[in-house]
Design a protein around this ligand. Structure first.
Ligand SMILES: *Cc1c(COP(=O)(O)O)cnc(C)c1O
Length: 969
C-alpha cells in the first residue's frame, strides 16, 4: 500500500535555510492579516500606492542573490583569511591589547549591550549610564582634569574638537592661529588641518618648542610624542596660557597610568583614544576617544556628558547632562555635530579599568614599560641607541647610517611577520603593548641586530632592576592616585566581574527585550551571524596602518560592500571613511565646497535646510563655514515649494547646496523631490540627501536616481550595525562622479589614486572598518530580493501601525492617499491640551508596558515618531499597539476626572519595585501600575529608578562617580 506523501522539490526544501524570512518579522499569514487592516491587496500594491512612480526603479538592484548564514560566513571567512595579521609595533594610537574574555563575550558579543539605544530614556538605561560614568571617571583620573565627555569618535576628530573648543573659549580673540606640534600623530595633524581650513583658522605645524614664538588661540601637543619621547611640557603650556591661548594635549591613555597627568602639567583639555584598554584594533575602529577639560569650559564641551541627578524618590539617578549644548537642540549653534558616538567601546574600556583596577593597570603599564627598557638597553649595548632617553612604550631609531640599515631591518621584520612604523625617512619606531612577551622582545633583537647578538631578556631585566635604571624623568612620574572609587576596586575576580556586567545589563532595556520603534533610527534586527566576524582575529587584530598588501581581506570586503552600496544608492563612488552619519555629512559638505571651489565658485556658501531637518544637518553645515537658511514646510509636512523657489532664486549667486532628508523626517515620500533637486541644480547648488531614511528607499528607489549628488548612509540604521547604546556607527558617503575627486583620503594610507592628498575626516583610512563586516553580511545574506523586501515590509509594518494607532491618535502627516512611509508621527499635543498629560508621561508610561518610547519631539515637539522596521512581527506590533491603546484609555480617565492629574499611572510612570513595596496610597491599584496588560506581566521589565529630574541634574552638575564616602552606610 502506498501512503500519500507530499515530496517537496529540493529547491523548496533548501528554502528553509533562507535568511530573508528570519530577518523579516511578519509571516505570510501575519502579512495578509495586516494588509486586510491596512486595506491593501498585497504588499506590492501597497508599495505602488506609496512610493511615487516617477522615482521607482524598474528592476531589483544588481547585487548578488541571498546566501544562507552558513554559506555567507564561510565565504567571508575565506575573504578574512586574505588578511595577514602581523605582530604590530606601529603604534600611533593603535596597539595590541588583550580584551578580557569576560568583557569580550558579555559586552562586545552580548545583544543586551550592543543592541541598546542612546540613553534618551534614562530610567531604562541606568546600566550603560553607570558604565559611561565609570568611563568619565577613569578619563578624569588619568588626565587630571575635572570634566569628561562620554566618548568621541576617534583621537583625530577629538583633537579637531579640542581646536574648536579652544576657539570658543580662548580669551585671545585677536588670534586666528592654531599651533600643532610636529610630533603629533601624522593622521591627527592631517585631520585637524582640514578642519581648520574649513573653519578658516590659520595653522602652523612646527616643533613643540616653537610654540612660544607664536601668538595663538590654541595649541595641540602630544604626550608622549609620536616618536615616543616623554618630556615635561608644562613650561610650554604655561607660555601659551600667558598669552591667553588654550592648550590641548593628545595623550596615550596607558602611559598616563605611570606618567604625571597632563592636567597637572597645566593642560586645558586632554584628548586621546581608549582603544588599548581592551578594545581590538579592528583595522582602525570602532574605539572610543576621550575628551576632558576644565569645569569652567563645561558649556563648550563637545559630545554627550553623563551626569548624576535625582529621581522622584530622591535617589541618585543618571542621565545625559546639559543637552542644550548639542546639535539636536542648538542646531547650527551647537558645539559640534556629534550625534552617534562610541558608547559600546567606551563601556568596554571602562570595564577593562574596572576589571584590572588601579593595581592591575599599573602592572600592565609597568610591564609594557619594562619591555621598552629591555629593548632600549639591549640595542644600545650593541650600538643601536634609541633617539630618546625618556620614553614610555615607543622607541625610535635613526637607521640612516652604516651598520643598521633601514631597508635590511624592515625586510627582516616583514619576513618574521613583524610591522614597525616606517613612514619617517631614515627612521623606524617600535611601540610595545600589552601583548608583548619576552619571546617577542628576543625576536625584535634578532630583527634589529641580526642573529648572534647574544642578548638575553632576563639578564637585561636583572640589570634594570639592580641598576635602578629609569627612562621616565622623576618630575614626570605620576604621584597622584588613580581609580580610587570603589567600582574600580571591587570586581577583580571573574565571577565578580561577570556579575557586575550582568547587574548593569539587567537595568537596560535593549532590542533583546522588546521592539524599540525609534523613528529615524531604524532599530532593526542585528543578526547574530552578522556580528560573529567582528571578533574574528583576522579582522579584530589588524592595525589600520598595516601595509596594504597585508590587508587584502579587508580591502576585498570593503570594496565589495562599497560596490553594493554604489548599486543601492545609485551613486558612482563611495567613501568608506566617515565613522558616523554626522561625519558623513561633514565629508559630503566638504566635497561640495571643494567642487564649487574647483570651478571658481568658492563664494557659494549658503546651505538650504528644511525646518524638519535633523540637528546634525545645520551643525555640519556650520563646520564647513556654510550659512544655514531654513526652508519652510507646509502644513502637510512637505517642503514649501514656493518658499524653496523664492529662496533658491534670491540666493542663487551664493547657493552652495540643499540638505534634505528623503523620505522626509515627517515620514512621507514627498512627490516633489525630483523637482526640488532640479530647482537647486538650476540655481547652481548641489543636493545633499541625508540617507538616514534609506530603509525606505533600498531596492525601490535611490538618491542617485532621484537626482541627488551626495548622501551619507547610516550603516548603523539601514545596514544592521547595532546602535551599541549610542555608537558605534559608520556613515560612508556616496557621490556622483563629479564629486568623487573631493572625497576624503588619508595621510598614511592612500585609499584611492584619484584622491591622494585629500584631507581626512576620520583618524583611520576606512573609519571603523572592524564593523563593516556586519553590513557586508547584511547585504550578502539578504541579497537583491531580501534588501528590497526589507524596505517593503518596513513600509508595510509602518502603515499597519499608522492604521491601528491612527484610530486612537491623530497622525500628524500622511502622503496624498493617507499612507505613510517607513515611519509615522502621532500627535500628542491634543492630549496635552485636553488632559495635561504630556508626551513625556506617555513615554515613561510605555516603560511600565515593557517598551522603549519612540522618538519623542523630533522633528515636531509634542509628538512620537514611530518606526517599527521590517524585523518586527505582527505579534510584537500588536503588543505595542495594545500598550498605546490602553494608554489612550488611561488618558481618558484623567480627562473624566476618575484620576487626578497628579495621582494617575501616567504622571507617576515609570513604576518601580520600590514603589509597590512602599506604602501604596495611589488612586489606582498596584496591578494597574505595573501589570497594566497581561503581556507586560508576562515579560516584565523593571526600571531601577523612578522618573528622573533633568533640571536638577543640570543645575547641580556632577559628572563623575559619587565620592567614596557615599558608599559607606
Ligand atoms: C541619525 C540621523 C543623523 C545623524 O547620524 P549619526 O550617525 O547619529 O551621526 C542625521 N540625520 C538623520 C535624519 C538621522 O536620523
Amino acid at each position: 500500500m502506498t501512503s500519500k506523501v507530499i515530496v517537496n522539490s529540493l529547491t523548496e526544501l533548501e528554502q528553509t535555510q533562507d535568511f530573508i524570512r528570519r530577518h523579516i518579522g511578519p509571516s505570510q499569514s501575519q502579512t495578509q492579516a495586516m494588509l486586510k487592516d491596512i486595506g491593501a491587496e498585497s504588499v506590492d500594491a501597497l508599495i505602488d500606492e506609496i512610493v511615487p512612480s516617477d522615482i521607482r526603479l524598474a528592476d531589483l538592484p544588481n547585487i548578488q542573490e541571498s546566501k544562507t548564514e552558513v554559506q555567507a560566513l564561510a565565504d567571508l571567512k575565506a575573504v578574512a583569511s586574505l588578511n595577514k595579521v602581523n605582530d604590530t609595533y606601529i603604534g600611533l594610537g593603535y596597539y595590541g591589547t588583550l580584551t578580557p574574555n569576560v568583557i569580550l563575550r558579555n559586552v562586545l558579543e552580548n545583544p543586551g549591550w550592543y543592541t541598546a539605544y542612546t540613553p534618551y530614556q534614562p530610567e531604562i538605561a541606568q546600566g550603560r549610564l553607570e558604565s559611561l560614568l565609570n568611563y568619565q571617571q577613569m578619563c578624569l583620573d588619568l588626565t587630571g582634569l575635572d570634566l569628561a565627555s562620554a566618548s568621541l569618535l576617534d583621537e583625530g576628530t577629538a583633537a579637531a574638537e579640542a581646536m574648536a573648543l579652544a576657539k570658543r573659549v580662548s580669551k585671545n580673540k585677536k588670534s586666528n592661529l592654531f599651533f600643532i606640534s610636529a610630533d603629533v600623530y601624522p593622521q591627527t595633524i592631517d585631520l585637524v588641518k582640514q578642519r581648520a581650513e574649513m573653519f578658516d583658522f590659520d595653522i602652523i605645524v612646527a616643533p613643540a618648542d616653537d610654540v612660544v614664538n607664536h601668538d595663538v588661540f590654541g595649541a595641540l601637543l602630544q604626550y608622549p610624542s609620536a616618536s615616543g619621547e616623554v618630556r615635561d611640557i608644562s613650561a610650554l603650556i604655561a607660555k601659551v596660557q600667558e598669552r591667553k591661548g588654550i592648550v590641548a594635549v593628545a595623550a596615550d591613555i596607558m602611559s598616563l597610568v605611570l606618567l604625571k597627568a597632563p592636567g597637572e602639567l597645566g593642560a586645558d583639555a586632554v584628548i586621546g583614544s581608549s582603544q588599548r584598554f581592551g578594545v581590538p584594533m579592528g583595522y582602525g575602529g570602532p574605539h572610543a576617544a576621550f575628551f576632558t577639560t576644565s569645569d569652567k569650559y563645561k558649556r563648550s564641551l563637545p559630545g554627550r556628558i553623563i551626569g548624576v541627578s535625582k529621581d522622584t524618590r530622591g535617589n541618585n539617578a543618571l542621565r545625559m547632562a546639559m543637552q542644550t549644548r548639542e546639535q539636536h537642540i542648538r542646531r547650527e549653534k551647537a558645539n559640534s555635530n556629534i550625534c552617534t558616538a562610541q558608547v559600546l567601546l567606551a563601556n568596554m574600556a571602562a570595564f577593562y579599568a574596572v576589571y584590572h583596577g588601579p593595581q592591575g593597570l599599573k602592572t600592565i603599564a609597568n610591564r609594557i614599560h619594562r619591555f621598552a627598557d629591555i629593548l632600549s638597553l639591549g640595542t644600545a649595548a650593541k650600538g643601536l641607541t634609541a633617539v630618546h632617553a625618556n620614553y614610555f612604550d615607543t622607541l625610535t631609531f635613526n637607521l640612516s647610517d652604516g651598520e643598521f640599515n633601514k631597508e635590511d631591518i624592515v625586510t627582516r621584520a616583514l619576513a618574521a611577520g613583524v610591522n614597525f612604523r616606517t613612514d619617517v625617512a631614515g627612521q623606524i619606531s617600535i611601540s610595545l603593548d600589552e601583548t608583548t612577551t619576552r619571546a617577542k622582545i628576543a625576536g625584535l633583537f634578532d630583527i634589529l641586530l641580526g642573529e648572534g647578538h647574544g642578548l638575553n631578556v632576563s639578564e637585561l631585566d636583572e640589570q634594570i632592576v639592580t641598576s635602578g635604571h629609569s627612562s621616565i624623568p622623576a618630575s614626570l612620574v605620576r604621584e597622584s592616585a588613580i581609580l580610587t572609587h570603589p567600582v574600580f576596586n571591587s570586581y577583580h575576580s571573574e565571577t565578580e566581574m561577570l556579575r557586575y556586567i550582568k547587574k548593569l545589563e539587567n537595568k537596560d532595556l535593549a532590542l533583546n527585550h522588546s521592539m524599540i520603534s525609534l523613528g529615524s533610527c531604524t532599530m532593526k534586527l542585528n543578526a547574530t551571524a552578522q556580528m560573529i566576524p567582528v571578533s574574528w582575529p583576522e579582522f579584530a587584530n589588524m592595525h589600520p596602518f598595516a601595509p596594504m598588501n597585508q590587508a587584502q581581506g579587508y580591502k576585498k570586503m570593503i570594496d565589495e560592500l562599497a560596490d553594493w552600496l554604489v548599486e543601492l544608492t545609485g551613486y558612482d563612488k563611495m567613501s568608506m571613511q566617515p565613522n558616523s552619519g554626522a561625519q558623513g555629512e561633514y565629508a559630503g559638505l566638504i566635497a561640495i565646497h571643494k567642487y564649487h571651489e574647483s570651478r571658481g565658485d568658492s563664494h557659494r556658501n549658503i546651505c538650504l535646510i528644511p525646518a524638519s531637518a535633523h540637528g546634525t544637518n545645520p551643525a555640519s553645515a556650520m563646520m564647513v563655514g556654510m550659512k544655514v537658511v531654513v526652508v519652510a514646510c507646509d502644513k502637510e509636512g512637505n517642503v514649501d515649494m514656493a518658499d524653496l523657489k523664492a529662496k533658491a532664486e534670491e540666493l542663487a549667486d551664493n547657493l552652495s547646496c540643499i540638505m534634505i532628508t528623503y523620505p522626509s523626517t515627517h515620514g512621507v515620500y514627498e512627490t516633489t523631490i525630483a523637482e526640488i533637486c532640479n530647482i537647486v541644480h538650476e540655481h547652481g547648488g548641489q543636493v545633499y540627501l541625508d540617507g538616514a531614511n534609506m530603509n525606505a528607499q533600498v531596492g525601490l528607489t535611490s538618491p542617485g536616481f532621484i537626482g541627488a549628488d551626495v548622501s551619507h548612509l547610516n550603516l548603523h540604521k539601514t545596514f544592521a550595525i547595532p546602535h551599541g547604546g549610542g555608537g558605534p556607527g559608520m556613515g560612508p558617503i556616496g557621490v556622483k562622479a563629479h564629486l568623487a575627486p573631493f572625497l576624503p583620503d588619508h595621510a598614511l594610507i592612500n585609499v584611492d589614486e584619484a584622491t591622494a592628498g585629500n584631507g581626512a575626516v576620520s583618524a583611520a583610512p576606512y573609519g571603523s572598518a572592524g564593523i563593516l563586516c556586519i553590513s557586508y553580511l547584511y547585504c550578502a545574506m539578504l541579497g537583491k530580493q531580501g534588501v528590497t523586501d526589507a524596505t517593503k515590509y518596513a513600509i508595510t509594518n509602518a502603515n499597519y501601525l499608522a492604521t491601528k494607532l491612527g484610530q486612537h491618535y491623530p497622525l500628524l502627516y500622511t502622503g496624498k492617499n493617507g499612507r505613510v512611509a517607513h515611519e509615522c508621527i502621532i500627535d500628542l499635543r491634543p492630549i496635552k491640551a485636553e488632559s495635561g498629560i504630556t508626551e513625556v508621561d506617555i513615554a515613561k508610561r510605555l516603560i511600565d508596558y515593557g517598551f522603549h518610547a519612540p522618538t519623542m519631539s523630533f522633528p515636531v515637539a509634542g509628538t512620537f515618531m514611530i518606526e517599527p522596521t521590517e524585523s518586527e512581527s505582527k505579534v510584537e506590533l500588536d503588543r505595542f499597539i495594545e500598550a498605546m491603546v490602553c494608554i489612550r484609555d488611561e488618558v481618558r480617565k484623567v480627562v473624566s476626572g476618575e484620576w487626578t492629574l497628579e495621582n494617575n499611572p501616567l504622571h507617576n510612570a515609570p513604576h518601580t519595585l520600590a514603589d509597590i513595596t512602599d506604602t501604596w496610597d495611589r488612586g489606582y491599584t498596584v496591578a494597574e501600575a505595573v501589570f497594566p496588560v497581561p503581556a507586560a506581566a508576562a515579560n516584565k521589565f523593571w526600571p531601577t529608578v523612578n522618573r528622573i529630574d533633568d533640571v536638577y541634574g543640570d543645575r547641580n552638575l556632577i559628572c563623575s562617580c559619587p565620592p567614596v564616602e557615599t558608599y559607606i552606610d
